[in-house]
Design a protein around this ligand. Structure first.
Ligand SMILES: [Zn+2]
Length: 412
């Protein structure tokens, strides 16, 4: 006996008891297919969605519609009135349906497809357009996906963590970002770069996972340090080598600016236009930079001395082990402190006060360079987020695109 259209659609949808397809309505003008579903109820067999106890039918909820994957070029909707049970403990409840999550206007299969498409699309805007979704619906799908992913992530072990700040929006707005350095993923993001912000990052990770973190890469920023030591006292602190290089670069630049001012008063523009020479890695110097540098060095200027101190510090990270590094640091420190260049001395003292957190690098060779890799993605999300009213929306997108979460709904 040939299969009826209803049976055909039931099989396509993979529906099981008690669900059957009652009717399939094709609206040619609207380019739409409506599939009407119905629960064929025998006595009992319905479950309270809270306690899973079985009950008979109480009544049917008002009609609802879910957008499903398109049928060819036709938008496809599922339509049903979901049965309700009357549970003495939980009251009147609609039963769970196999094709959609609670409160969603989309089927699970549509959501899975939307997630895949949004992730592959160049921008959220183009993905939303391809899916013929409005902004709000696309956001809700991403939000539910992130929620699922975060719940699943709670079971995973996070060993090596990086905490870093990123600028957000105009001017002085910052966000704090926690990442998993082993798996190259963003774990969480919160506004501001205060001790409270850092504390919030740890709270969101959860006590159990926080206590299992072995090492944290972090700047020498006191508020972050305090909050981290409190939330994960067992974790080794490793000061991020790129932040240290930044501090040293800034010290060199301060020396340059002061010396440049002084020289100009004396009528010399020896240092004008040399800023980039001192900040660049010598490996990236052009021939012209090299010539300029040699001339400046032989002139015995202060900034050349500052530069040498900064450059020498690079070697710290290539030491064989902590013992050798400790020895190297002591020599470097003596030199830096005797150089009579105040900005360099300040950084040297700061490093000495935290030398244990520098030497820990030789146990855990971690740094925040990985989170720098998220910068361009976060920047582009930020640009697309110009219309965003809240930080919460921005967070969902960061976690959706950079969180490496298991986002997909489990379909039955
Ligand atoms: Zn119940």
């Amino acid at each position: 006996m040939p299969e009826s259209l209803e049976q055909h659609y039931r099989r396509l949808l993979g529906l099981e008891e008690p669900w059957v397809v009652e009717a399939v309505k094709l609206e040619l003008a609207a380019q739409r297919v409506e599939i009407r579903l119905q629960a064929e109820l025998k006595s009992g067999g319905l479950k309270c969605p809270v306690c899973s106890k079985g009950y008979g039918l109480y009544d049917h909820a008002p009609e609802r519609r879910w957008r499903h994957l398109d049928t060819m070029q036709f938008e496809t909707l599922l339509v049903a009135r979901i049965p309700r049970v009357n549970c003495p403990e939980h009251g009147v409840k609609t039963i769970e349906v196999p094709w959609a999550g609670k409160n969603s206007r989309f089927t699970l299969m549509f959501e899975a497809f939307a997630i895949r498409l949004l992730q592959a699309a160049e921008t959220v805007g183009s993905g939303t357009w391809l899916l013929r979704l409005d902004w709000h619906s696309a956001h809700q799908i991403m939000e539910r996906a992130v929620q699922r992913g975060l719940e699943r992530r709670q079971m995973e072990r996070v060993r090596l963590v990086g905490i870093d700040e990123k600028s957000f929006g105009r001017g002085q707005d910052y966000i704090s970002l926690m990442s998993d350095l082993e798996q190259s993923r963003v774990l969480e993001v919160v506004p501001e770069r205060t001790a409270e912000a850092c504390q919030e990052l740890w709270t969101r990770l959860g006590n159990e996972q926080s206590r299992k973190v072995e090492a944290v890469s972090i700047d020498m920023w006191e508020p972050y340090l305090k909050a981290t030591t409190k939330a994960a006292p067992q974790a080794q602190i490793v000061h991020d080598k790129f932040h240290i290089a930044k501090h040293l670069n800034e010290a060199v630049d301060q020396v340059r600016r002061a010396e440049n001012r002084q020289l100009r008063r004396q009528g010399s523009d020896l240092l004008s236009g040399t800023k980039h020479v001192w900040l660049k890695n010598p490996q990236n110097w052009h021939q012209l930079d090299r010539l300029k540098f040699e001339a400046l060095r032989s002139s015995g200027c202060k900034v050349a001395r500052a530069w040498q101190i900064k450059e020498l510090f690079r070697e710290f990270w290539s030491c064989f082990d902590a013992t050798e590094a400790e020895d190297f640091f002591a020599r470097w420190y003596r030199w830096a402190i005797r150089c009579r260049l105040a900005p360099l001395q300040t950084v040297a003292r700061m490093l000495k006060a935290r030398v244990a957190n520098l030497l820990s690098y030789f146990t855990y060779a971690i740094c925040n360079a990985m989170t720098e890799g998220f910068n361009s993605k976060i920047q582009s999300l930020k640009h697309a987020a110009r219309g965003f009213r809240t930080f919460a929306n921005f967070r969902i997108r960061i976690l959706f695109f950079c969180g490496r979460l298991n986002l997909y709904p489990s379909t039955h």
